[in-house]
Design a protein around this ligand. Structure first.
Ligand code: DUC
Ligand code: ZN
Ligand code: ZN
Length: 495
């Protein structure tokens, strides 16, 4: 009952609630779209029996590509319906996906197009990041500030790919806007010269199988680019987040920058914890199914990623869901003659991201249930300006609390095969893995959207999430000596 004596709309009864910092037995009561009470003996008009189950904040996947066209002009296999349905089945109730500007695109139109698509189809709530490939006067002077004002408070830039990468000068321009307007710059950090030089050599030598992809994206190319982007960010005092970090060397570079007090955040993904370059080394073009950038590495790199997540060097664990079918529409534009340079880069993972970490992280004893909640949900909300609206189970933190909960059966066993997964790629890189623990009931803003393998969410019910200027997005307020000297001379750098 509520204090007024009327039952709540819904009570999740008798489960074990876990947040980033606590685990406790409690009922969770919901009124409308919000958590109204957490306690014992709560009564609802409807009740869900969660005895023996875990009641966790819904997953937040802060890195996925949905209904996006790659720089090679290859469309993703998922639209906002299939992508978000797949997310929901895996216990993820908030996604942040990319609105990709290509060289010739006007950013304002890019954002409007993605917004229209997501509004019509998404079944879970969503935020956007922009990809900036054309930082001209209009982008930097008008469209980017306007997008930030609408709550799109993060954007990604590439240091590699001919059709996407920015020069150091352009990166500094983009960083200056991010700093001034309170946004987070996400960076794909790999050294372009090393990759394209090696790839040119490999193609010339006729070494075109998928496994050569992993050779060209050397470990050092990641660490070099991470070091460079941190150096650039220090010049303008801009918080950055390095996406899809894959190497011990890259992680160590980030750790050292953080030890110097810099606002450098970082992310890793399932493919760097659960796959290695050996997965790519398969007959013919089969290895294309595992090709992503950066590529999966080896067991030592997996271990470094686990360690980075554990000690906080790596802030978030996201899917980098980049879905392409294993056919001419996606990975294999030239069938079995497709070279590693022509394959779409990316692997699917929006659905299995959370279950994989549950089994191989929490159940395997590598991380606690609270760390699991942090890595799959709360840390994303804090980093990207969604907390406490999303990312926790609490009453009264914010009049706006939107609850997204997944009720997990911690003992349910699932063997992964492609037919289990709801995305549109038709395959999963995690085929055959045995998982223990599964999100059996998933709620988004008080509404059950998945229950025991059945979807009950309407197309288009997901809402756009404008994001606030949160603490991680604020500049540090620390100048490199040269900028301090400019100030001392009364000739500061103009924004
Ligand atoms: N970067 C991503 O973030 N995803 C897919 C491919 C890439 O280069
Ligand atoms: Zn990338
Ligand atoms: Zn990505």
């Amino acid at each position: 009952m509520s204090t007024a004596g009327t039952p709540y709309d819904l009570v999740i009864r008798g489960g074990t609630v876990a947040t980033e910092d606590k685990t406790f037995a409690a009922d969770v009561a919901i009124s409308g779209e919000k958590i109204a009470a957490i306690g014992t003996g709560l009564r609802g008009k409807r009740e869900i029996d969660a005895t023996g189950k875990l009641v966790l904040p819904g997953g937040i996947d802060s890195h996925c590509h949905i209904e996006q066209v790659s720089s090679f002009g290859i469309p993703c296999a998922d639209d906002f319906y299939s992508g978000t349905v797949s997310a929901a089945f895996g216990g993820t109730t908030t996604i942040m996906s990319f609105c990709a500007q290509h060289r010739e695109d006007v950013l304002e139109k890019v954002l409007a197009d993605y917004t229209a698509k997501a509004r019509a189809k998404a079944v879970v709530d969503y935020g956007f990041h922009l990809i900036i490939a054309n930082p001209n006067d209009r982008t930097l002077g008008t469209d980017l500030p306007a997008a930030i004002g609408q709550g799109v408070r993060s954007f990604k830039i590439f240091m590699t790919y001919d059709r996407m990468r920015l020069s150091d000068e352009q990166i500094l321009d983009v960083m200056s806007v991010a700093r001034r307007d309170g946004a987070l710059l996400m960076v794909h950090a790999e050294n372009h010269g090393i990759i394209s030089w090696l790839a040119g050599k490999m193609v010339k030598q006729g070494n075109v199988a998928p496994r050569y992809h992993a050779i060209c994206h050397t470990r050092g190319s990641e660490a070099e680019a991470i070091n460079r982007i941190i150096t650039l960010a220090e010049v303008v005092d801009c918080p950055i987040l390095i996406v899809h970090v894959s190497t011990p060397e890259g992680i160590e570079t980030i750790r050292q920058a953080q030890a110097r007090g810099l606002k450098v955040f970082a992310e890793t993904c399932p493919q760097y914890l659960f796959l290695t370059a050996k997965d790519i080394d398969r007959p013919g073009v089969l290895g294309a199914a595992f090709c992503c950038s950066p590529p999966p590495r080896d067991e030592a790199a997996q271990e470094a990623c686990w360690q980075g997540l554990k000690d906080g060097t790596l802030t978030v664990y996201s899917s980098d869901h980049a879905p392409y079918k294993m056919d001419a529409s996606g990975k294999l534009p030239n069938g079995d003659k497709t070279t590693f340079k022509e394959m779409a880069n990316g692997v699917p993972g929006i659905e299995l991201r959370v279950p994989l970490l549950f089994t191989f992280g929490y159940k395997a004893g590598r991380i606690s249930i609270n760390e699991f909640v942090g890595l799959t949900s709360t840390r994303h909300a804090r980093t990207y300006g969604l907390y406490p609206k999303k990312g926790t189970i609490a009453v009264g933190t914010d009049a706006d609390i939107a609850i997204c909960i997944a009720i997990w059966d911690p003992d349910k066993r699932v063997k992964v095969d492609a037919s289990l997964v709801h995305d549109n790629t038709g395959y999963t890189p995690y085929e055959g893995r045995e998982l223990t623990g599964w999100p059996v009931t998933v709620l988004s803003r008080g509404e059950v959207i998945v229950d025991n393998g059945k979807l009950s969410a309407e197309r288009g019910r997901g809402k756009f999430l404008p994001r606030q200027a949160s603490e991680p997005l604020k500049p540090l307020g620390r100048q490199i000596p040269e900028m301090a000297q400019l100030e001392a001379w009364n000739t500061p750098l103009q924004p």
